[in-house]
Design a protein around this ligand. Structure first.
Ligand code: ATP
Length: 844
C-alpha cells in the first residue's frame, strides 16, 4: 500500500480567491494519477517487448519453441489489451484507512517495478471496502474518495466521511457528485458504474461463484449493471474456470444487447458471449414479437409434446411405397407397413431422429426380406453371403450400436445372437445376400433419403404451417383455434419470432446430429453402397477420397484454439455450446420453452438470474418458474430476501444436498427522478398492488406531463411532444408506442390482437407502417419503439403514447405499461385519449 503525504486542510472553504481547497486536493490526486499512468506506460512497453520476444523465439523454429512463443504472445497480447482499457479513468477511488493506510482503487491493478501496489483492481478483495464501507459499518475506512476524471485528468472529487472520530485532519470535499452523475445525459449506450457501485449492489457482484444468484429489483435499481459487473468480477477471480468454458449473457432483444454491449469491454472483459433470445440458435436470427396470444401458445411446455409428435411424423414429400426387385421378384412395402416401421424406428432410437437413419435402413431391409420370404422369393438358391460384415458394422456404429460379432472368426456373420445391444438382427445366408443386393439398389437408397431425410429444425417448423400436419402433431393438446393461429404464423418461415427460436432449439434437440462417420478410416467411396455422388447418405458427410483422418488433427497452439472458438462464435462450427456461467437478464419474461433452451446451454453452469416479476409480460409465471427450476438443475429456493436487513447475514448458507441458491433484492432506483418514479408507482399499484416500489434518490423538480389527446390526433401530438423534448434534453428520447396491430406475417388480420376503433377516440391501433411514418425525419437520438422493445432500455426523456391501449393489449398489459413509464431519467410525457387515465397517472 502506498503512503503519500496528505493534504492538511480540514474544510472545503476556499484557500485563496483563486484556488479552492478542492482545487488543491485535485492537484494532489492528479500527481498520484500521473504517476500511475507513467507506470502504466512502462507496463505497456513491457507487454509489447514480450510480444516481440515471442516472435523472435519463433525464428528458432522447433515445435516446442513455437508453442512457447504462442503462449507468450497470447499472454502478452491479453495484457496489452487490458492495459489499454485503463487509459480512461484508470484511478477512480481512494480509501483512507485507520492507521494512515491509503489505497487507490482503479480499473486494473498497477504495481511499481518493485511490485508495490500503486492501484488495486476494483475486483480484488482489498478493494471490497471501497464499496461496502458505510458510516454504520466503516470497516476501518475513515474517508472514501471518488475521483472523477476525463481521460488522464482528474476533474472532480467527492468524499464520504465514514468515521468522523478518526478523521484527524483529513479534508472532506464534494457536493453530491454521485447524485449529479445519475442525472447525466444518456448517449444511447450503457456505461460501467465501477466508480459508484453501491453496497447492496456490490454484494451481488461478489456473490459466490457456484450455484444460482437470483437478483430482484424494481426498474432502475441497477440489476443489469450489476449483472454485467458480476461477469467482470467472475472472469477476474475465476479466470481459469469461467474464461475457458465461457460466460453467456442473455438479454431480451437486439436493441438491448446493443445497449449494454460496451459495458464489459470498458471493464477489460471482451470474452463473454452476449446474445439476445432471438440469436441463441446458430444460423437463425429472430426479431419479431408474437402477439400475446400466440406467444402464450408457443411458449408453453405443451409444445414439447407437440414437437415430439411433429418430428415423429412422416417428413413432407416422403414416398408412400417402397418397391425393389430382387432376382426378378418385386418386393413392396405399402404405406401402412411403412408407418409401422417408422414408429418402430422412433421407438427404438429414443428421439435422436437424424441419427436413426441407419436403423431405419436396417428395419426396412428386414421388412423387405420378410416380405420376400412371404412371397416365396427365398426358395432361390443361396449365393455366397456374409461378405458385407464390415459394412454392417459401419452402419451400426454410426447409430451407436455395438458391432456384429464374427462368430466363425473368419469374417462370416454369426447367427444373430451375439450382438451386445440385441437390437439388430444380423443378416446371414440368403438374407445376407438379399440385403447386400437390395441395399445397393438406387431404388432403395433414393427411397431411404426421401423417407428418412436428414431434417433441419427450420424445415420441421415450416412444415407445421400446414394445418393438417399441425393438427396431427397437436393431438388433443391444442384446440382448433390454437392450431389455426399457430399454423398461420409458421406458414411464412421468412419471419421468425423470439418464441420460434426456442421451438427450433427444442426441435434441434429432438432431431439430434446426423450420425458421424465411424472413427476408423472411411471406406473408399467405391466400396460403399451408401455413398451416392461422393456423399454418404446415412451421415450426410462428403466422403474424402484421400487418406486424411480428421481425428488425427489436434489443436496444438493457443492461437489455433482461439481461432476455433472464434469460428464457433461466427457460427462456422455449428454446435450448441455449453457455458460455465449464464446470466439471464429480464428473466421474468422467459417462457417455459425459452428456459428449456437455456437449460441445454448450462447443464453444468452456475447462473445469475436478474428479474422483476412486476415487469413480466409472461402470464403463467408458475409454469415459467417450474421450467426455470428444471433448467437450473432442480434447485429449490434456499435463502431469504436480503431486503429487510443490512450488513451481515444477507444470505443463508446453502445446504450441502441442494445446489446453492443466493437471493438478493436491490432497493434503490438510480434511473428515475422521484417525480417520474411517482407516476410509475401509480401504475405499479394497479398492476401488482402487493409489490413494493424502489426508492428513487434524485429529485429534479420537473413534473411529468400527462396530456389528454383525442385518438386521431395522437400521432401528431406525439411528434409535437418529441419536438418539445428535443429542445429540453441533450441526450436520447424514446417514443414508446403500443404493440403493432394490423396484418400479421401471413398477410391476414391478426384476430388475437386488441384493435381500437379510431372513432371511439381512444386511438392506438399502431401498425408497423404507422410507426415508420412516426419515425420519419426524426434525429438519431430519438428512437421509436414498441413497449416490448423498450424493455431494459433508458432514455433522458420518454413519450408514452396511448397507455390505455398498452394496458388493454394483453392480460399483462398493466405490467408492460409499468415498464414503459419507468424508462425516463429526466422527463416523461404521456399522451392518452382516455380522461380516466389522465386521472390515474396524475393522482393515482
Ligand atoms: N451504483 C450506480 N452508480 C451509478 N449509476 C448507477 C448505479 N446503479 C445503477 N445505475 C444506473 O441506473 C440506471 C439503471 O440501471 P439498470 O438499467 O441496470 O437498472 P435495471 O434494474 O436493470 O432496470 P430495468 O429493470 O428497467 O431493466 C443505469 O443508467 C445505470 O447505469
Amino acid at each position: 500500500m502506498s503512503s503519500l503525504s496528505r493534504p492538511g486542510a480540514v474544510t472545503g472553504r476556499p484557500a485563496s480567491a483563486k484556488t479552492t481547497v478542492k482545487d488543491q486536493e485535485i492537484a494532489a490526486e492528479q500527481r498520484y494519477v500521473d504517476m500511475a499512468y507513467e507506470r502504466l506506460d512502462e507496463m505497456r512497453a513491457d507487454a509489447q517487448a514480450m510480444i516481440r520476444e515471442g516472435y523472435r523465439q519463433s525464428l528458432a523454429g522447433t515445435k516446442g519453441s513455437l508453442v512457447d512463443r504462442d503462449a507468450m504472445v497470447h499472454q502478452a497480447a491479453l495484457r496489452a489489451q487490458a492495459l489499454d482499457i485503463a487509459d480512461d479513468g484508470l484511478v477512480f477511488g481512494r480509501l483512507d484507512l485507520t492507521g494512515r493506510e491509503i489505497r487507490y482503487i482503479g480499473r486494473i491493478g498497477v504495481r511499481t517495478s518493485e511490485h508495490d501496489s500503486l492501484v488495486i483492481d476494483w475486483r480484488a478483495p482489498a478493494a471490497e471496502d471501497f464499496y461496502r464501507a458505510t458510516p454504520e459499518d466503516p470497516r476501518g475506512v475513515v474517508r472514501r474518495r471518488v475521483l472523477h476524471s476525463r481521460g488522464h485528468a482528474v476533474v472532480d472529487l467527492e468524499d464520504d466521511l465514514l468515521d468522523p472520530e478518526a478523521a484527524d485532519g483529513l479534508t472532506i470535499v464534494g457536493d453530491g457528485a454521485f447524485l449529479a452523475s445519475l442525472a447525466r445525459t444518456r448517449e444511447g449506450a450503457m456505461r460501467d458504474i465501477v466508480a459508484t457501485i453501491q453496497r447492496e449492489q456490490d454484494e451481488v457482484i461478489r456473490a459466490p461463484a457456484d450455484g444460482t444468484v437470483l437478483v430482484r429489483g424494481a426498474p432502475g435499481t441497477g440489476k443489469t449493471a450489476v449483472a454485467l459487473h458480476r461477469v467482470a468480477y467472475l472472469l477476474f477471480r475465476h479466470r481459469r474456470r469461467f474464461g475457458s468454458r465461457g460466460v453467456l449473457i442473455v438479454g431480451p432483444n437486439r436493441r438491448f444487447t446493443a445497449y449494454i454491449e460496451r459495458v464489459l469491454p470498458s471493464l477489460g472483459e471482451g470474452s463473454a458471449s452476449l446474445r439476445s433470445l432471438g440469436d441463441l440458435v446458430e444460423g437463425v436470427t429472430a426479431t419479431g414479437h408474437d402477439s400475446p396470444a400466440l406467444a402464450r401458445l408457443k411458449g408453453a411446455e405443451t409444445m414439447v409434446r407437440v414437437l415430439r409428435r411433429a418430428v415423429a411424423d412422416q417428413a413432407p414429400g416422403a414416398p408412400d411405397e417402397l418397391r425393389v426387385v430382387h432376382r426378378g421378384v418385386v418386393v413392396r412395402l405399402d404405406r401402412q407397413r411403412l408407418d409401422k416401421l417408422r414408429n418402430e424406428v422412433h421407438r427404438r432410437s429414443r428421439g435422436s431422429v437424424n441419427a436413426a437413419r441407419g436403423r431405419a435402413a436396417e428395419l426396412l431391409l428386414e421388412a423387405l426380406w420378410q416380405q420376400y420370404t412371404d412371397i416365396g422369393g427365398h426358395e432361390e438358391p443361396a449365393p455366397p453371403g456374409q461378405e458385407n460384415l464390415a459394412l454392417w458394422n459401419d452402419l451400426l456404429a454410426a447409430d451407436g450400436l455395438g458391432e456384429l460379432e464374427d462368430a466363425a472368426g473368419d469374417g462370416a456373420a454369426s447367427n444373430g445372437n451375439g450382438n451386445g445391444s440385441g437390437a439388430a438382427k444380423k443378416p446371414e445366408g440368403k438374407q445376407g445376400e438379399f440385403t447386400a443386393r437390395v441395399r445397393e439398389q438406387r431404388a432403395f437408397t433414393d427411397f431411404l433419403m426421401a423417407w428418412w431425410p436428414i431434417r433441419r429444425p427450420l424445415d420441421v417448423l415450416a412444415a407445421l404451417g400446414d394445418e393438417d400436419r399441425l393438427r396431427r402433431a397437436a393431438a388433443r393438446d391444442l384446440d382448433r383455434d390454437a392450431v389455426a393461429l399457430l399454423a398461420a404464423s409458421w406458414a411464412d418461415p421468412a419471419t421468425l419470432s423470439y418464441q420460434d427460436v426456442a421451438l427450433l432449439d427444442e426441435i434441434d434437440a429432438l432431431l439430434g446430429s446426423p450420425p458421424r462417420p465411424a472413427r476408423r478410416k472411411p471406406k473408399a467411396a467405391d466400396d460403399d453402397p451408401y455413398v451416392v455422388d461422393g456423399v454418404n447418405i446415412l451421415t450426410g458427410e462428403e466422403v474424402a477420397d484421400d487418406d486424411w483422418e480428421p481425428e488425427m488433427r489436434e489443436l496444438t497452439t493457443s492461437i489455433e484454439r482461439l481461432e476455433r472458438s472464434r469460428r464457433v462464435d461466427d457460427g462456422v462450427v455449428e454446435e450448441r455450446p455449453e457455458y460455465a456461467h449464464i446470466v439471464v437478464d429480464e428473466a421474468q419474461d422467459l417462457s417455459p420453452m425459452q428456459w428449456r433452451m437455456l437449460g441445454r446451454r448450462g447443464r453444468q453452469a452456475s447462473w445469475t438470474i436478474v428479474e422483476d416479476p412486476a415487469q413480466s409480460a409472461w402470464e403463467d409465471l408458475d409454469a415459467a418458474r417450474a421450467a426455470m427450476e428444471t433448467a437450473l438443475g432442480g434447485d429449490k429456493p434456499e435463502s431469504r430476501s436480503s431486503r429487510s436487513r443490512r450488513g451481515k447475514g444477507r444470505t443463508r448458507k446453502p445446504s450441502t444436498v441442494q445446489r446453492a441458491r443466493y437471493e438478493y433484492e436491490l432497493t434503490t432506483n438510480y434511473r428515475n427522478s422521484t417525480e417520474i418514479a411517482a407516476v410509475a408507482t401509480r401504475v405499479l399499484a394497479l398492476a401488482l398492488p402487493e409489490a413494493r416500489p424502489a426508492r428513487a434518490v434524485r429529485t429534479s423538480g420537473i413534473e411529468p406531463v400527462i396530456r389528454a389527446v383525442p385518438g386521431p390526433e395522437l400521432a401528431s401530438a406525439a411528434r409535437a411532444a418529441v419536438q418539445e423534448l428535443l429542445d429540453q434534453v441533450e441526450g436520447t428520447i424514446g417514443l414508446i408506442v403500443p404493440l403493432p396491430t394490423g396484418p400479421s406475417r401471413t398477410g391476414n388480420p391478426q384476430p388475437d390482437l386488441f384493435s381500437v376503433d379510431g372513432e371511439t377516440g381512444t386511438g392506438g391501433a399502431w401498425s408497423a407502417a404507422d410507426r415508420d411514418r412516426l419515425a420519419a425525419g426524426l434525429p438519431e437520438r430519438v428512437q421509436v419503439l414498441d413497449v416490448l422493445e423498450a424493455k431494459g432500455l433508458e432514455f433522458d426523456a420518454a413519450v408514452i403514447v396511448a397507455p390505455e391501449t398498452v394496458a388493454a393489449q394483453s392480460p399483462r398489459g398493466l405490467r408492460v405499461l409499468y415498464v414503459a413509464v419507468s424508462r425516463a431519467t429526466q422527463r416523461l410525457t404521456v399522451l392518452t385519449g382516455d380522461p380516466q387515465w389522465t386521472a390515474i397517472l396524475t393522482t393515482g
